[in-house]
Every structure is written in structure tokens, then in C-alpha cells.
Design a protein around this ligand. Structure first.
Ligand code: AMP
Ligand code: MN
Ligand code: MN
Ligand code: MN
Length: 292
């Protein structure tokens, strides 16, 4: 993106940019096509947008072209699923080269695992009397290579099993519930390595959402930094104000770059719309200082 030098070198102007560096399209579990995501971001006043579909790069070319046409800054991104201490952790990659062979091969592997998991989820749901869940989830997945728990949840709502997506997750799709199956995603070192290898900056997504002990969170952040990770989402659509302050402190103490991200999936499912996140605390270094 071409940015006036006056912005790139003026910390206050950098902070004032409306950056939204994490969201989803129909290429993963968002409701809008990549081009529609960019249009909505533009309408909402976003200056710099990253599309970060789960384990997929397929929407980036269309989104980048739409962004160029509409005159909005665009950062190619991805959100990679990885396993750590028994939890699924999401690492966002920003400014990656979508043509990087190592990243492409790594994501192909993650999607193969995702496909196998979807089959096991469907079997687990069948065992409690919910038949045909895989076919149902596929009806909501516009990309057959990317079935997410969100697609299962939408199918269970549409078929009248539960009133809304949140309730489906609480009753069926989280650990300990009948539709949840354990799954081994990428390793932390692989996920961060693929991003860094593709010229990107690795970002810990929505850090407050993980059920980790304080010791495991410390280990996660230590290993993330050791692997070459540099940033953390401080402002996230998935964070409360208290959680934002907690991770602002983490960013300061660890010298991490700070990201700002709605994690928008769609109007009906997301608490925060594109570009409508809180501002970053003024003393933090925005991750986008390295992306423009
Ligand atoms: P997956 O990557 O297939 O495990 O699916 C994770 C996705 O499910 C997230 O990216 C969200 O889109 C959605 N999700 C996870 N937890 C919840 C929840 N409690 N309520 C609604 N959606 C959720
Ligand atoms: Mn999602
Ligand atoms: Mn996520
Ligand atoms: Mn996300």
C-alpha cells in the first residue's frame, strides 16, 4: 500500500488509522464473500484491512483487487489453528506472501486434518441422535475444503436443534460436549515458522479466549517469541475492556507489537463490526507500523 510518509513516521497519525487486522469471509466461516468484506470495511471507514481466513489463503487475491479499486489499504493475512497445552490456539499471520510454497503446503496439511475432524464430529453427533451433520455443515460451508465448527453450529440452528449458534457451542461443540472431538492442529513452531517464512508477522489472536493456566500462558508467549512471533491482539472483538487492559500490559512487558482486530464473521454472529473496535492504548506500538 502507498501511505504518505507523514503517516508512516508520525506515531499519532499511525494510531489514529482505522486498522482492522483480523476478519473472515466465505472462504472460511465468514458470511460475506471476500469482496463484500472489503466493501463493508470501506463503508465502515476502515483505512487498513487484513482478511485472515482460517487456514486458507483463497480469498486474498479477490479481496486485494477490491481493496485497490476502492482505495482502502489491504494486508494479506491468515489465521492458523495450532495446538498448545491441550488447547486450540489461533495465530494470525499478517503481511504474508500468499504464494509462499512453505505456507501453502503447511495450510494444505492443516485443512486435511480439519476435514478428518469434521467427519469425526459428524460421527460423534450421530451417536447422540443428530444424523447427517456433515452434509448439513457442508451446506453452510461455501468452501468445501474448509468446514468449521461454525458451519456445524449454523446447521444445528437451521435444523431447529438449538435456537442460536452460541447455544449450539455451549451444548454440543466445546470440550466435554457430545459433538466435540479432540484434534491435533499444527505445532506452534510450524504455525509461526510458516508465517515468518512467508515474510509475515505472527500475532497471537484473541489471547483472552484460551483456557490456559497462568504458567501455560507464560510458556505460550515465551515459545511464541522464541519461534519468531512478534505481536499480540490487544484490542479484539472477542475481548472485554478488562481483557484488553490485561493484554495491553502483556504487550508492554514483553515488548510485543499490538494489533487491533474485530474478528468479524458476519452481522448476526459478531459483537463488533468491521472497523468498530476500540482504539489501541496510545503507548503501544501498532503492528501496522510494520505493514504500511
Ligand atoms: P474451528 O476452527 O472449526 O474449531 O471453529 C472455530 C470457530 O467457531 C471460531 O473461529 C468461531 O468462528 C466459532 N466459534 C468458536 N466458539 C464459539 C462460540 N462459543 N460461539 C460462537 N462461535 C464460536
Ligand atoms: Mn471463525
Ligand atoms: Mn480465532
Ligand atoms: Mn478469527
Amino acid at each position: 500500500m502507498t501511505t504518505p510518509l507523514s503517516i508512516a513516521h508520525d506515531p499519532a497519525a499511525l494510531h489514529a488509522m482505522n486498522a482492522d487486522l483480523h476478519c473472515h469471509s466465505t472462504v472460511s466461516d465468514g458470511w460475506l464473500e471476500p469482496v463484500e468484506v472489503v466493501r463493508r470495511a470501506k463503508a465502515n471507514g476502515v483505512d487498513l484491512l487484513a482478511l485472515t481466513d482460517h487456514d486458507e489463503l483463497g480469498g486474498l487475491a479477490l479481496a486485494a483487487a477490491a481493496a485497490a479499486e476502492l482505495g482502502i489499504g489491504f494486508v494479506p493475512g491468515v489465521e492458523i489453528s495450532m495446538s498448545f497445552a491441550g488447547e486450540t490456539i489461533h495465530i494470525v499471520g499478517l503481511g504474508i506472501d500468499p504464494g509462499n510454497p512453505g505456507l501453502i503446503a503447511g495450510l494444505l496439511q492443516v485443512r486435511a486434518g480439519r476435514d478428518a475432524r469434521a467427519r469425526r464430529m459428524s460421527e460423534a453427533l450421530a451417536a447422540v441422535g443428530i444424523a447427517g451433520a456433515l452434509e448439513g455443515a457442508h451446506r453452510f460451508a461455501r468452501n468445501p475444503a474448509l468446514v468449521s465448527r461454525a458451519h456445524f453450529a449454523r446447521h444445528l440452528v437451521a435444523s431447529g436443534v438449538m435456537p442460536d449458534v452460541r447455544t449450539v457451542f455451549d451444548h454440543y461443540l466445546v470440550r466435554g460436549k457430545p459433538g466435540f472431538v479432540e484434534h491435533e492442529w499444527a505445532s506452534l513452531e510450524d504455525a509461526v515458522g510458516w508465517i515468518v517464512g512467508a515474510g509475515g508477522i505472527a500475532v497471537v489472536a484473541h489471547p483472552a479466549r484460551y483456557r490456559l493456566s497462568a504458567a501455560d500462558m507464560t510458556r505460550l508467549l515465551d515459545r511464541f517469541a522464541a519461534a519468531g512471533g512478534e505481536a499480540i491482539e490487544v484490542v479484539s472483538g472477542a475481548h472485554t475492556d478488562d481483557e484488553m487492559r490485561r493484554f495491553a500490559t502483556v504487550a508492554r512487558q514483553r515488548g510485543l507489537l499490538a494489533s487491533r482486530a474485530s474478528d468479524f464473521h458476519g452481522e448476526k454472529e459478531s459483537p463488533v463490526d468491521l472497523g468498530r473496535c476500540n482504539p489501541l492504548p496510545a503507548d503501544l506500538i501498532p503492528v501496522w507500523s510494520r505493514l504500511i
